[in-house]
Design a protein around this ligand. Structure first.
Ligand SMILES: Nc1ncnc2c1ncn2[C@@H]1O[C@H](COP(=O)(O)OP(=O)(O)OP(=O)(O)O)[C@@H](O)[C@H]1O
Ligand SMILES: [Mg+2]
Length: 249
């Protein structure tokens, strides 16, 4: 079912157990008085697949689907956004089951304390909290994604609003092998040493590995030959991983 999504074994397993299966076999879950999580948050460094897997989940569930970016809710009227949030959830209720995906959630519901956040934001965050409360009972699956979980208002993060939080990290060794195979499978290639390439790409994100394979393919094309190990390793050396540097700081 996760066709095209490499790695993320834990996250996939938990989504299957807690979201996908309960929707396929509701009677069994009702017997145990279990329901789907109220809200799900994916957090972690850029380019590791948060948006990618959220969109894939929407396809698997076959729910109606709305993706909301921070700009979609901004309004020139001070309290306009509050109304937009209510409207959004009302529409989702009317079209349930519905998945609402809030990308870059930190920008939508920032911490309310501190001087940097204007007064009108507080009422928007309040509106969001009210709407989020037990919205799964109305058939709304809320999924959020963020790079900066620490900037999100803590009231949003408590169970009953967001029940499940997953850290999405750069791919491990096995996931890197899967990613390389996924990106290279349809391209002219020759004797790729998956093991060696995956070792070399430690700490790289999915987005970086995708970029590196594209570089390797371009290099091979220019020389009118198939992609080889050397192309991938060469591109990796020229593009060191951004995340590992951040960690060491
Ligand atoms: N598990 C995966 N399998 C295959 N490709 C992936 C996977 N994860 C990410 N990718 C690729 O990497 C790209 C970047 O991933 P994505 O946009 O989901 O990152 P993100 O975690 O949402 O980053 P940001 O925090 O910057 O929004 C995707 O467009 C996709 O092509
Ligand atoms: Mg994203």
């Amino acid at each position: 079912i996760w066709n095209g999504v490499a790695g993320m074994r834990n996250l996939k397993a938990i989504l299957e157990r807690d979201v996908i299966l309960p929707l396929q076999e509701p009677e069994i879950y009702e017997t145990y008085r279990l329901s789907i999580p109220n809200g799900i948050l994916l957090y972690g460094p850029p380019g590791c697949g948060k948006t990618y897997i959220a969109r894939k989940l929407a396809k698997i569930l076959d729910f109606s689907f709305r993706e909301i970016k921070p700009g979609d809710l901004s309004s020139i009227y001070v309290h306009g956004t509050q109304g937009l949030i209510a409207k959004l959830f009302n529409e989702a209720r009317d079209n349930s089951p519905c998945m609402l995906f809030f990308d870059e959630l930190d920008a939508m519901v920032p911490k309310r304390s501190g001087n940097s956040v204007g007064h009108h934001y507080a009422s928007e965050v309040n509106e969001f909290l009210t709407q989020l409360n037990e919205c799964s009972k109305d058939g709304i699956l809320m999924v959020g994604a963020t790079n900066l979980i620490e900037r999100i208002d803590p009231a949003v993060l408590r169970p009953g609003r967001i029940d499940k939080k997953f850290l999405v990290t750069p791919p491990d060794y096995e996931a890197r092998v899967e990613l390389l195979k996924l990106y290279i499978q349809d391209r002219p290639q020759e004797k790729i040493d998956w093991h060696q390439c995956a070792l070399e790409l430690e700490n790289y994100t999915c987005a970086e590995i995708e970029f590196i394979v594209n570089e390797a393919a371009r290099n091979a094309l220019e020389q009118e030959r198939k992609i080889i190990n050397g192309d991938i390793l060469h591109a990796a050396v020229n593009n060191p991983p951004a995340f590992a540097e951040n960690v060491e700081q």
